[in-house]
Design a protein around this ligand. Structure first.
Ligand code: F0G
Length: 424
C-alpha cells in the first residue's frame, strides 16, 4: 500500500516520518493513501460491527483501511475507543427548535473525550517509528488522552499545559496516567509554539492535531456516525471549534466518503467557536484569506480557549467543501445549552455545549431549517470540569445568569424539613 504525506499548500509529497510540516514551504501535511487500492465498502465496515476481534472492536480501527493502512497489528495501541452512542431528547429539541436533533457523545471515549480517536493511531505511529518520547500542548483533553495511550504503549509522555487554565478533571488525568506535566507560564498558543520548538531540539514526537495521523483517527467520528445512520448522512454536523483539528478531520472524512461513493450527499459542517476565542469565525465572516490570531482568548469553555488555531487552513477547506458555516456563541449561551444537555441525562463539559448552542443560534438566524436533520458532536464528558458546572448552579460565574439553575437545598435533619423541601 502506497501512503504519502502531502503538503496542502505546494503539493510536495514525502514518505511518512516524524515531521509535521512541508520541508519546502512549511505547509500542513495530509495523509494520502492510494484510494483506488483501498478496496473498502459499506458491507466490509458493517461486517465488523460488534466484532470482538482486535483491533476491529474499536470504532476507529473498524475503518482501519481509511485510518492507517500502513501500521501492523503488533504496533496498534487501542482501547476499543469510539463506539460512542447517539442520543435524542425532547428537551434538546424544544430548546433548539430543531425536531430531528441528535447528539453523538464523544465523551464516552476511554479518557472521556474525542481525542482518543486520534490518539490511538497517533501513538501507534509513534510505536511504528520507534519514538521514545511523545509530547503535546493542551487545554487538557489531549494531554489526558496522550498520557493514557503513551503509558499503555510504554512510551514516555511530556505535556505542556497553560498554568491555571485547564479544568481539574483533565489535569488530574494527566498526572494520574503518568505524564511529565510542564505547566507553562503562558496560554495555550504559547504552549503550542513551545512544543514545536522543543520537539525539534529534543526528538519528541508531537501528538497535537498538527500531526496528520491525529486527523486520520478523528475522521472515524464521521465514518461511525454515518454508519450508525444506516449510511444516510444528516443535513448538518455541528462541532465545537478550538484548534480546528476536528473540523479539519470531518472535512477530510467527507471528501473521502464521497470519492469512494460511500455517501450520496455531503452534510454541511458548522464549526462553532466561543465569542472570546473566535479567530476562525472572524476570518470566515470577514471573507478573509488568512487567519488573524486573537491575542488574549477568553472563555469559560477552557478546552477551546485558543487564539491561534494550528489547523485553520484545513478547517477552511472543510467548510468550503461541505458548503458549511462558522458561528460563534457567548459563554452565557454555552452554559445554558450545557444545562439543557446535562439535565437531559446526557451531560457534557462546557466546550461541548457550543455545538448545541450553535445549532440553536443557526436555527434562530434562519441558517438551519427546523425540519432538517442535525447532528451535534458532544466532545467531552461532564466530569471533566466539575467547577464550571457547580459554579453555574450556585450562580457564582461572573457575568453569567444561570437560566436553568439547580441549586442544592440545605435542610435540618428531620422529617418536617424533608416534607417541606420535597412537597412544599
Ligand atoms: N471540545 C473539547 C472538549 C476539546 O477538548 C477541544 C479541544 C475541542 C472541543 C476543540 O476541538 O481543537 O479539534 O477544534 N481540545 C484541545 C486539547 C485543544 O488540548 O485538549 P479542535
Amino acid at each position: 500500500m502506497k501512503v504519502v504525506l502531502k503538503c496542502i499548500d505546494c503539493g510536495e509529497e514525502f514518505q511518512p516520518g516524524a515531521f509535521y510540516r512541508c520541508e519546502k514551504c512549511s505547509g500542513l501535511l495530509d495523509v494520502i493513501p492510494d484510494i483506488a487500492e483501498l478496496n473498502v465498502s459499506r458491507e466490509l465496515f458493517d461486517s465488523r460491527l460488534g466484532s470482538r476481534e482486535f483491533p476491529y472492536s474499536s470504532g476507529v480501527w473498524r475503518f482501519r483501511e481509511m485510518i492507517h493502512p500502513l501500521v501492523e497489528k503488533r504496533d496498534i495501541v487501542s482501547r476499543a475507543e469510539g463506539n460512542t452512542r447517539l442520543y435524542r431528547h425532547e428537551k434538546v429539541s424544544a430548546y433548539t427548535g430543531i425536531r430531528d436533533i441528535v447528539l453523538k457523545h464523544e465523551g464516552e471515549n476511554p479518557s472521556g473525550s474525542f481525542k482518543d480517536r486520534g490518539m490511538s493511531p497517533g501513538i501507534s505511529e509513534a510505536k511504528r517509528l520507534g519514538m521514545e518520547i511523545v509530547a503535546c500542548a493542551s487545554t487538557g483533553n489531549t494531554s489526558a488522552s496522550m498520557a493514557a495511550y503513551a503509558s499503555l504503549a510504554g512510551i514516555r509522555s511530556v505535556v505542556f499545559i497553560p498554568e491555571g487554565m485547564i479544568a481539574f478533571g483533565k489535569l488530574s488525568q494527566a498526572l494520574a496516567y503518568g505524564a511529565h506535566v510542564l505547566q507553562i507560564k503562558g496560554n495555550f498558543d504559547r504552549a503550542m509554539a513551545l512544543v514545536q520548538e522543543s520537539s525539534m531540539e529534543f526528538g519528541m514526537y508531537i501528538l497535537n492535531s498538527i500531526n496528520p495521523w491525529r486527523i486520520e483517527g478523528q475522521k472515524s467520528i464521521i465514518f461511525e456516525l454515518i454508519q450508525q445512520l444506516e449510511w444516510n448522512p444528516p443535513d448538518w454536523i455541528v462541532v465545537p471549534a478550538g484548534n480546528l483539528g476536528n473540523s479539519s478531520a470531518f472535512g477530510k472524512a467527507l471528501m473521502e466518503l464521497k470519492e469512494l461513493e460511500l455517501i450520496d450527499k455531503v452534510p454541511r459542517i458548522a464549526s462553532v467557536q466561543a465569542t472570546g476565542a473566535n479567530p476562525f469565525y472572524k476570518m470566515w465572516k470577514g471573507k478573509k484569506d488568512e487567519l488573524d490570531a486573537v491575542d488574549k482568548p477568553e472563555t469559560i469553555a477552557t478546552a477551546i480557549k485558543i487564539g491561534n488555531p494550528i489547523s485553520w487552513k484545513k478547517a477552511m477547506r472543510a467548510i468550503k467543501f461541505s458548503s458549511g458555516v462558522v458561528e460563534e456563541v457567548s459563554d452565557q449561551e454555552i452554559m445554558d445549552a450545557k444545562a439543557i444537555i446535562d439535565s437531559s441525562g446526557i451531560g457534557c463539559e462546557p466546550a461541548s455545549a457550543a455545538s448545541v448552542a450553535g445549532a440553536k443560534k443557526l436555527l434562530d438566524t434562519g441558517v438551519i431549517d427546523s425540519k432538517e436533520k442535525v447532528v451535534c458532536i458532544i466532545t467531552g464528558n461532564v466530569l471533566k470540569d466539575p467547577d464550571a458546572t457547580i459554579n453555574y448552579h450556585l450562580g457564582k460565574l461572573k457575568g453569567i445568569h444561570p437560566k436553568f439553575q439547580n441549586k442544592p437545598t440545605v435542610i435540618d435533619a428531620d422529617l418536617e424539613s424533608v416534607r417541606k423541601a420535597v412537597l412544599g
